[in-house]
Write a protein that binds this ligand. Structure first.
Ligand code: ATP
Ligand code: AMO
Length: 447
């Protein structure tokens, strides 16, 4: 018996003697009993040490000494624990380990994260240790399930993974949010989105996707913004905007279903209401236009808010409006055809209405707000070049991107999904900082 059993698989070993490599998350008990809360990254689980068993196995002196040693182990001591797996209804997990031996691997100093109240800054300063908590483990497992589902969805639907560069010479999105760096005495920028490169990929390989870190010098401190986050970008030729929304909807549903199937324990730890998640998988997403949304907000919002200022068609709406809209529909909702004036330069105008563009933001329900931004792309060389100039950008920086419209330009569309926003939504947590192992925010770059 040399192979370690992972805690998540313990139910497959009822009646067997197993060996677990774990850390001691907590400990309780008195007299002849010690309850060890073990964690190995896959789950938390209770092991029971009963002194008379130890005396029976090891004799009075050695058995008592071993039991006393276990009684004094500190939180986060690393151990091999050997024992027999038993079904036990009293245990939250449904199973317990009847311990026959504990081997200490590494002792632990006093662990700084105690069950007492810690402020957010303290926890973030200790992020390298905070990650060991049950809740953080659960969120990281959901993140993993979302990543796995993303690769699966795209690979199974004919997309090719196409990696865009992280060091770039031009802005993809908003020039005020660029991180600049020195590139051999010339300026370079950290990528905000792989989209422009993916468009080149789509013209070469057809359906492409990219999954990597992107960077935005976000000045605002909100529950939904990081300065470094992971974006899932996809781009596809010969696809209409409506078909693009179909792809996005299928993708989001598959991610949610995959978490329900593969991270059930994590959802339980987080006490996530899974009936809501199931509903999002089976219910068609809403599709409403920006102009309808303005009317709906104006019609309903004044009812409970006397200070509400009417929105004009053409106004950008903010995060409280987004929250209200996504709660109003109760399912993920695509808001389509925003004004061109506050969207990116590369978006294709709505046929017959140059003031609106064929784009969509997908708003998650339950107040989680935008999780996807996407659009159909301008295909005409002259119109795109004019847009670049109108947006105050230098067409020379985009010569390679403009080239894509010179050699067999085709209708194409794509989208970008913020991984951490998706994870926050599926996990049902409050703040995006817990959805990434080491969050980068305006005042935080350590650890
Ligand atoms: P566990 O799941 O290990 O029993 P937990 O429920 O405290 O621990 P954490 O991952 O530590 O889970 O964090 C849960 C939330 O509570 C976080 O959003 C954090 O802001 C806060 N928090 C975490 N740990 C503490 C603590 N020791 N004291 C106070 N607040 C905490
Ligand atoms: P957009 O700018 O809307 O679109 O970004 C796409 C998605 O990325 C996420 N996101 C963020 N997540 C965390 N912190 C941030 N600071 C942050 N900013 C954005 C959101 C958002 O929906 N190139 C286009 C996509 C495209 O059209 O293909 C783009 O980047 O979930």
């Amino acid at each position: 018996m040399t192979e370690l059993v992972m805690i998540k698989d313990i139910s497959q070993h009822v009646g067997e003697t197993v060996k677990i490599g774990a850390w001691l998350a907590d400990k309780s008990g008195k007299g002849k009993l010690q309850f060890l809360q073990l964690r190995d990254g896959t789950a938390f689980f209770q092991a029971v040490v009963f002194k008379p068993n130890f005396v029976e196995i090891y004799g009075e002196d050695e058995g008592s000494a071993k039991f006393d040693e276990i009684k004094h182990l500190g939180q986060e001591t690393s151990v091999y624990v050997i024992g027999v797996v038993k079904e036990d209804e009293r245990s939250k997990f449904g199973y317990e380990l009847d311990v026959t031996n504990v081997e200490v691997i590494g002792t632990s100093q006093e662990f700084p994260i105690t069950p007492k109240e810690h402020g957010t800054d303290f926890l973030l300063d200790h992020r390298h240790l905070w990650l060991r908590s049950k809740r953080q483990m659960a969120i990281m497992q959901i993140r993993n399930a979302v990543i796995y589902a993303s690769y699966k969805f795209f690979q199974e639907n004919g997309f090719i993974k196409f990696d865009s560069p992280i060091l770039t010479g031009n802005a993809a999105e908003n020039t005020t949010e660029l991180f600049e760096t020195d590139y051999f005495d010339n300026p370079a920028f950290l990528s905000q989105s792989g989209q422009l490169y993916l468009e080149a990929g789509a013209m070469a390989l057809g359906r492409v996707f990219d999954f990597g870190p992107v960077f935005r010098a976000e000045k605002s401190k909100t529950r939904r913004h990081l300065t470094e986050f992971w974006m899932m970008d996809a781009e596809y030729p010969f696809v209409t905007h409506e078909e693009s929304l179909d792809i996005q909807e299928a993708y989001v549903k598959e991610m949610i279903q995959s978490v329900l199937d593969n991270a059930a324990y994590a959802l339980e730890v987080l006490e996530r209401d899974t009936t809501k998640l199931q509903k999002y998988v089976i219910t068609p997403f809403m599709r409403v236009s920006y102009d309808e949304v303005i009317d709906i907000l104006n019609a309903h919002h004044g009812e409970d808010d006397a200070n509400y200022e009417l929105l004009k068609h053409g106004d950008d709406f903010g995060s409280p409006h987004e929250t209200w809209i996504s709660n109003y529909y109760g399912v993920p909702t695509f808001v389509v055809n925003y004004p061109a004036s506050f969207k990116a330069f590369y978006m294709l105008p709505v046929p017959g209405n140059s003031e609106r563009v064929l784009c969509a933001d997908l708003l998650a329900p339950e107040g989680y707000g935008e999780i996807i931004g996407g659009s159909a792309r301008e295909t005409d060389y002259d119109l795109l070049r004019k847009k670049i100039i109108d947006f105050g950008l230098d067409p020379k920086d985009y010569d390679w991107y403009l080239d894509l419209r010179k050699f067999g330009s085709v209708p194409h569309a794509g989208f970008g999904l913020g991984l951490e926003r998706m994870v926050t939504f599926i996990a049902g947590t409050d703040h995006i900082r817990e959805a990434i192992p080491f969050p980068r925010m305006i005042n935080r770059i350590k650890p």
